[in-house]
Ligand binder design. Structure first.
Ligand code: FES
Length: 646
């Protein structure tokens, strides 16, 4: 008997196996993940792989030379019934005939973006915590005293290598009826996160219906994706404002609400759980999916949101030493939290990094894995808090800094959330000091002849976070704002036209007409405070690790995606770095939640990474205050920012 070489792409894993080995077995042996719902019966087609072109791909694709064997027959039958694309084979049926290069269908996509993957996990993505297995169960007879549950388990164990399996208690009541009605052919959903497989749902006949939920619970917005766990495809996405806002704008006021009110925690928990349940209803409807298929959910959140969602009291997180109920990842059932999901559905929350650095920050690390970068890399996710992670080449450090909501458009006179009508880009003419700007939803700038027509639906409504950064940067460049952040009094007629008194300070007029939009001295202060908090947090981590420069900066989150890196640097939000090394990476926390939903290995990886993170608590660091004060200037009082060009 001779051996043949098989190489799995894109992971590059390879090994030699006896001729005649089913490809699926070879894949398993090499740790390459291939789905197989029917256990090699040639029914599900989930095990499809393609035979790559390649000079040593001797596998005979066309003739299916093993077609006469039982396995080949199954493959042929599948081909006739459902069609196999050219070069595609069922890996459970196709056997090795010679050296071959096999391509595993690649890369799940998230909202149009391919998720970055570690080199060694390529080809291993999509190992959800819940998987489907189709089985034909032996009927009972007088000579076989096994119970129905035992015969079901036996049928699964004969086909699939799963070890000791249990049946969730809630299924037992209807098990007998269900098996008989299904004529002893069922698809079971098995939840198997840590080698303790449990049957959590049973569907009659063959089913491919399995979906999961990835949710990012932010202080202001809750965003969720419904995902097909068989294909990795996102079926629907939706978001809703976090209804806890009515109990307090920011995290600390919600913690105070809990401390000051009987049932405070219960009210906040109910608000967020109800909101998630509303999203679940909406997503199922949008995707046309039934609730029964929704068997797994992953949540990411900052520590306060995380605790409140789980029904835990966040009071201790509100005061030093910021103790968490549990920082490790949470596994529980959807029913434990009161989620309107099937009874067997499970829930996973990523680990919390520290008292102020949450599972959302862990999700960002999972999606971005800066620890694999070749140079010092900073990852910043700016929301009401800025989560900051720094990879210095040896260790990963993380902290959170209280930037407040100014970057999100709150706390400033004309600030608003990023929405159609909001000014997102702005330039000040250096001579006339007049502004031209671009609003969200309209391509033309305001000085374009068609702007009025194009923007008439939304109008100009305010300035969003990225717009505020730009306008303050432009005011600085135009010389009407000092490096201390003071709007100067007008010195000539041109300045008098745009600088107007406002109490004892001056305001800069962006838009004269309606709506009246101006930048006040208080607005500049709010941005200075926010940027100082962010910069001081970054600087603290750099001091801790002893580095003075970073090679790359990744800006995550909605704000990070829209700000112009040159202006961020001009104002000193982030340390100086080559502008082209500053990148927006989108909603990394949401991506991390999706990765964890689709791949249990990713859950293990992030748990391990978080264990190794050096946690820095900004509130407990004496030098934070000094760094904060020093960072108030524009760009900064102490750092030179020599390379900055706007
Ligand atoms: Fe189902 Fe191959 S495992 S068709």
């Amino acid at each position: 008997q001779t051996d043949a070489l098989v190489v799995f792409q894109p992971s590059g894993r390879k090994g030699r196996f006896p001729v005649g080995t089913p490809l699926l077995d070879a894949a398993r042996e090499l740790g390459v993940y291939v789905e197989s719902v029917c256990g090699g019966r040639g029914i599900c087609g989930k095990c499809q792989v393609s035979v790559a072109e390649g000079h040593f791909a001797k596998f005979n694709i066309e003739s299916r030379e093993n077609a006469l064997s039982e396995k080949g027959f199954k493959e042929q039958r599948y081909d006739e019934k459902r069609g196999l694309a050219d070069g595609h084979r069922l890996s459970c049926s196709a056997t090795l005939q010679g050296d071959v290069v096999i391509e595993i269908p690649d890369a799940f996509k998230v909202a149009g973006q391919t998720i970055r993957k570690d080199a060694d996990t390529i080809g291993m993505v999509r190992q959800p915590a819940v998987r489907l297995y189709y089985v034909e169960v032996e009927k009972p007879d007088m000579h076989n005293p096994l119970g129905d549950a035992e015969r079901l388990i036996k049928a699964i164990r004969e086909r699939f290598d799963l070890g000791e399996i249990s049946v969730a208690h809630h299924l037992k009541r209807d098990l007998q009826k269900l098996l008989r009605k299904a004529n002893w052919e069922v698809t079971v959903a098995i939840h198997n996160p840590d080698q303790r497989p449990e049957i959590v749902a049973i569907f009659p006949g063959y089913s491919e219906n399995l979906s999961g939920l990835a949710v990012d619970i932010g202080s202001t917005t809750i965003a969720a994706h419904l995902t097909d766990l068989m294909s990795g495809e996102i079926l629907a996405s939706a978001g809703v404002a976090n209804p806890q806002i009515r109990f307090g704008e920011d995290l600390m006021s919600r913690v105070s609400y809990v401390m000051m009110n009987d049932n405070g925690q219960e009210n906040l928990t109910k608000a967020v759980v109800d909101a998630v349940n509303g999203l679940v209803d909406q997503l199922l409807e949008l995707a046309g999916k039934d609730r029964e298929s929704l068997l797994d959910a992953v949540f990411v959140a900052n520590p306060v949101m995380h605790h409140l969602f789980l029904g835990w009291d966040p009071t201790e997180i509100g005061q030093a030493p910021f103790a968490l109920v549990q920082s490790d990842a949470v596994h529980c059932s959807a029913a434990d939290i009161g989620l309107n999901m099937p009874q067997g559905a499970s829930v996973y929350l990523l680990p919390l990094i520290a008292g102020h650095v949450g599972a959302d920050a862990a999700a960002v690390l999972l999606a971005q894995h800066p620890e694999t970068a070749p140079h010092p890399t900073l990852v910043v996710d700016v929301g009401t808090n800025a989560e900051i992670a720094l990879w210095d080449g040896r260790q990963l450090l993380a902290a959170s800094s209280p930037t407040g909501p100014a970057f999100e458009g709150a706390e400033t006179s004309c600030g608003q959330r990023a929405a159609p009508g909001a000014i997102e880009r702005i330039r000040i003419d250096r001579e006339t000091l007049k502004c031209r700007y671009k609003i969200i939803g309209t391509e033309e700038w305001s000085d374009h002849p068609e702007f009025a027509e194009k923007s008439k639906e939304t109008g100009v409504t305010g300035i969003c976070g990225s717009g505020i950064i730009e306008i303050i940067g432009e005011m600085l460049l135009a010389g009407i704002l000092s490096q201390d952040g003071i709007i100067r009094s007008p010195q000539n007629e041109v300045e008098e036209a745009v600088l107007k008194p406002n109490g004892r300070t001056w305001s800069f007029i962006v838009n004269e007409g309606t709506p009246h939009i101006e930048v006040t001295q208080n607005d500049v202060r709010a941005i200075q405070l926010a940027k100082a908090a962010l910069y001081a947090g970054v600087k603290l981590l750099m001091q801790k690790s002893g580095i003075t420069e970073v090679g790359e900066i990744r800006l995550a989150g909605a704000f990070g995606s829209y700000i112009n890196p040159a202006y961020a640097m001009l104002l000193g939000l982030v340390p100086d770095c080559d502008v082209d090394k500053v990148k927006a990476v989108g909603n990394a926390a949401g991506q991390g939640a999706l990765i964890a939903l689709l791949d249990v290995n990713a859950r293990e990886r992030i748990e391990e990474t978080v264990r190794q993170v050096t946690k820095v608590e900004t509130a407990l660091e004496a030098s934070f205050q000094d760094l904060f004060v020093a960072a108030m200037g524009l760009p900064n009082s102490q750092d030179p920012f020599v390379r900055t060009r706007a």
